[in-house]
Design a protein around this ligand. Structure first.
Ligand code: SF4
Length: 360
């Protein structure tokens, strides 16, 4: 068993947090990673924290922040044209304005679930149809995709509809817009392995936030909370790294170079949050031939609905409410019948809360 799961270590960290937290009125700590939410929920880490430490889930689930506008556009194009849309399993079940990719398959949309780009390439080689990879994920996913794209010859019938997002700029812009009511950030372990920690310096300096990158085991997350509390005790706000065993301050230069070579950072729509400046990855003009939006001139509608009626995912991903505060949670909405995207993926906050507390 990993020492980071060791019960005594975990309980002793929780006890230190409880002791030190007595000095503070309230501390709102947000993480921005679906895998963090999965660990926090699975190991019931919130139950180990004192009441004045609030651990909030931020916009860290990639399918949850994928806009209805993008889902609608690929569905509308795919239904009218002889092509196959390839994407990850979670993405298939997230609704656009009316349909998910999966439900649209019953209307004639050609859809295939893939586990990664390698499988999409394999599929494209087996068919003469156009194959469009609906490419979703943060820098963690965008970097290996960029690396494959620049390294091999892809089948001519394969193209990409990029809805990739760049976490640091997304978080910074939400902070600038005053949409995150928080005192500290737990930085995403996986995504920061690619980006490094420098892009978060502004969050610490301009918004007086303690920022600590953390791994995914229970002791990692509690250690990061303790490091944040230590910063508060000493009245400092800086970027620190709890996940030194895998994450360097500089990040992965090879991955960053691949991203810079293939993608531009562009404005991007985050579901329920609107257009966020410089928060997405779009293909550079040298890769226009791979960009399905341009190659097929895919139209985007202005009349789209970002949230299903009554769904409060936008507030969930901003940490403004907890899932049970949504009236549909566990009544109408559950993983078997997800109303909003946060109930679909095992990185979604509503799904994680339901799996642990809501199943009845
Ligand atoms: Fe949306 Fe369902 Fe979560 Fe409510 S419980 S916010 S409907 S995903």
């Amino acid at each position: 068993m990993s020492k980071f799961k060791d019960k005594e270590l975990v309980l002793s960290l929780a006890d230190s947090i409880k002791q030190k937290a007595k000095k503070f009125d309230r501390l709102r700590i947000m993480h921005v990673c679906g895998t963090h939410e999965n660990s926090i929920s699975r190991y019931a880490l919130r139950d180990l924290l004192p009441d004045n430490i609030k651990l909030l889930a931020g916009p860290g689930c990639p399918v949850c922040v994928t806009s209805s506008k993008d889902i609608d556009a690929i569905i509308n194009y795919g239904i009218k044209n002889d092509c196959t849309i390839l994407t990850f399993g979670d993405m298939l079940r997230v609704k656009g304005s009316n349909y998910s990719l999966f439900s649209a398959s019953k209307l004639g949309l050609g859809v295939k679930m893939v586990y990664g780009l390698d499988e999409a390439i394999y599929y494209a080689k087996q068919t003469k149809k156009d194959a469009i990879f609906f490419s979703v994920g943060f820098e963690t996913t965008a970097a290996p995709i960029a690396s494959i794209i620049k390294s091999i010859n892809l089948p001519e019938n394969l193209s990409f509809f990029s809805v990739h997002k760049y976490t640091p700029n997304g978080v910074l812009e939400l902070l600038k817009a005053g949409k995150l009511n928080i005192d500290a950030l737990i930085l995403p372990g996986h995504a920061s392995i690619v980006s490094g920690l420098a892009p978060y310096e502004k969050a610490a300096s301009d918004f007086n936030l303690s920022c600590v990158a953390a791994g995914f085991e229970p002791a990692d997350i509690l250690s990061a909370i303790l490091m944040i509390i230590n910063q508060f005790e000493n009245n400092i706000c800086k970027v620190e790294n709890e996940y030194e065993r895998l994450l360097s301050y500089e990040g992965n230069k090879l991955a960053q170079n691949a991203l810079n070579e293939v993608f531009d950072i562009t404005d991007s729509i985050w579901r329920g949050l609107g257009i966020i400046k410089n928060s997405g990855f779009e293909f550079k003009t040298t890769y226009n031939h791979l960009n399905a939006k341009l190659k097929f001139n895919i139209p985007f509608s202005d009349s789209y609905i970002e949230e299903q009626k009554g769904c409060r995912c936008a507030e969930v991903v901003l940490g403004s409410i907890e899932p049970p505060q949504c009236p549909m949670y566990d009544k109408i909405c559950n993983p078997h019948n997800p109303v909003g995207p946060c109930m679909v993926s095992d990185e979604g906050t509503c799904r994680n809360w339901w799996e642990v507390k809501g199943e009845t």
